[in-house]
Design a protein around this ligand. Structure first.
Ligand SMILES: *Cc1c(COP(=O)(O)O)cnc(C)c1O
Length: 491
């Protein structure tokens, strides 16, 4: 079973190679062609505990890894609040899938607790000796989750780029205080799209180049090793609904996903291809609603103002993983995808054909809301249900309410919760009608005093930690920065 570039079938890779490379040499993303034809018994999974479920799904998708069960257990054991990893909470007439109970309090932990183990195993399988240098662009949460996963992992080094002034103060403190001899954190003057484009350009510029024995890889969801572990929690949530007798196995469930780079929601689509009875996947966006327009009209147009919102991890206008969906919905037509991506790069816009649009709309619904809509959702759900949401989850909740009002069935609606409210205390306090404290750590205490909701340990301990990373560069200098860093023996 081989992975192929979404833009060129001739560029194929084993699953270990795809994970090590992160992105295909032509800038395409590695994909499997016939995920729906895999021999996969999804019903069997519903009886398993979360880690066994994870091992079963990952073995099917990444077959070249030996001992997936051991890798999964090494990645997760003791790192999350419970071994169930991602609990499902009933909130009002909906369900909230809590993905933020890992070591850095964001859903990225689900994949990034495991990715270092996958990369290490892939290095062994491929007999790689030089360092694997993980390049990561972050809209706020991937960076810390990746640093947490990769720090002091033998044979790896990690460089994280985040948008200067584009992440919350808690997110920034999480990254700039990171310890470890193999970690590097740098702010880029620009937004997330600039940082992500810069990283992709570095991959292109370094393809085939000798980096003193080192090789680049990615911890962003362009890496299939980052995406695959995220499929698991859709199965887990579904199994919980069956166990609670809310549904019988086989009945559909809708999922509403706060979306940025389209990785999280695409994992839900993969779950559907593997057989899980997923109803609609509802793509929720903030004021950067390029995906809402796309799913509604078939036209993807990034030529629009970039808004800084209270849900910064979704402040994205170029959603990388959409490329994988286009590939699947076009019947794996790599030339078609390559043309669309060329249009996006050259003109900033593309339009898909009617067949593709119909397929898209049969699986996906969409909606968006601005900061005010998210704040309203935080306040209402706290007042009526006593449940505290972060602004990203709140965007999805808002969209879920609109979706629930128009849908024609009574299937359960699951809202994916992607971060702890304590990563964004100022925005949450404002939503609750309080004046946020100037100091973000005072805001943490303030929010705790107001709500009584526990502060995650990793965030509470941040204030005592010294800042270790202060680099700020222009986006044009990302390549030379990486080359210089890779050349330094000691960081
Ligand atoms: C990354 C992130 C998202 C967006 O997920 P994508 O996979 O990029 O679509 C949403 N919410 C939070 C809190 C995130 O960190």
């Amino acid at each position: 079973m081989m992975y192929q570039s979404t833009r060129d079938h001739r560029l194929s890779a084993s699953s270990t190679h795809a994970v090590l490379e992160g992105i295909a040499p032509d800038g395409g993303l590695y994909m499997l062609d016939h995920m729906d034809a895999l021999d996969f018994d999804w019903r069997n999974l519903l009886e398993m505990d979360t880690m066994s479920m994870s091992a079963a799904i990952l073995s099917a998708l990444l077959p070249d890894f030996k001992d997936m069960d051991g890798l999964v257990r090494a990645g997760y054991t003791g790192k999350f609040e419970s071994d169930e990893l991602t609990p499902l909470a009933a909130v009002g007439d909906k369900y909230v899938l809590e993905l933020f109970r890992g070591p850095t309090s964001a859903f990225k932990d689900v994949a990034l607790s495991l990715l270092p183990h996958l990369i290490t195993a892939a290095r062994d399988a491929e007999g790689m000796e030089g360092d694997t240098v993980i390049l990561t662009a972050t809209s706020g949460d991937t960076g810390k989750a990746a640093l947490e996963g990769f720090h002091d992992v033998k044979g790896t080094r990690i460089i994280v780029f985040y948008p200067h002034g584009g992440v919350s103060p808690v997110q920034q403190a999480q990254m700039t205080t990171q310890v470890g001899d193999n970690v590097c954190v740098c702010a880029v003057r620009g937004n997330f799209d600039d940082a992500q484009t810069g990283v992709k350009e570095i991959f292109a510029a370094c393809a085939g180049r000798d980096l003193g024995g080192a090789r680049l890889s990615s911890a962003n969801s362009i890496n299939i090793g980052r995406l695959a572990p995220q499929i698991v929690y859709y199965f887990k949530a579904y199994a919980d609904l069956v166990k609670a007798e809310r549904i019988k196995a086989g009945q559909p469930v809708h999922f509403v996903v706060p979306t940025g780079n389209f990785g999280d929601i695409l994992a839900g689509y993969f779950a559907k291809l593997l057989g899980l009875p997923v109803g609609k996947l509802v793509c929720a966006s903030n004021a950067n609603n390029v995906l809402t327009d796309f799913i509604t009209t078939g036209c993807y147009d990034k030529r629009r103002p970039f808004h800084k919102t209270t849900s910064p991890s979704m402040d994205i206008l170029v959603s990388s993983n959409l490329e994988r969906l286009l590939y699947l919905l076009s019947g794996c037509d790599n030339e078609y995808v390559a043309d669309l991506m060329a249009d996006l790069k050259e003109k900033g816009v593309y339009r898909v054909n009617d067949t593709l649009l119909q397929r898209l709309q049969s699986d996906f619904a969409c909606g968006c809301c601005d900061d005010e809509g998210a704040a309203d959702a935080i306040e209402t759900v706290w007042r009526e249900q006593g449940y505290l949401m972060d602004p990203h989850t709140a965007v999805a909740w808002h969209v879920a309410e609109e979706f629930a009002a128009v849908r024609t069935d009574d299937a359960p609606v699951v809202v994916l919760s992607t971060a702890s409210p304590y990563k964004f205390p100022a925005a949450v306090l404002s939503a609750l009608g309080e004046t946020p404290d100037e100091d973000e750590f005072a805001a943490l205490d303030h929010l705790h005093a107001l709500t009584g909701v526990a502060i995650p340990k990793n965030l509470a301990s941040l204030r005592a930690m010294p800042v270790r990373h202060t680099d700020v560069i222009d986006k044009e200098d990302m390549l030379s920065y990486v080359l210089r860093k890779v050349g330094e023996k000691q960081w």
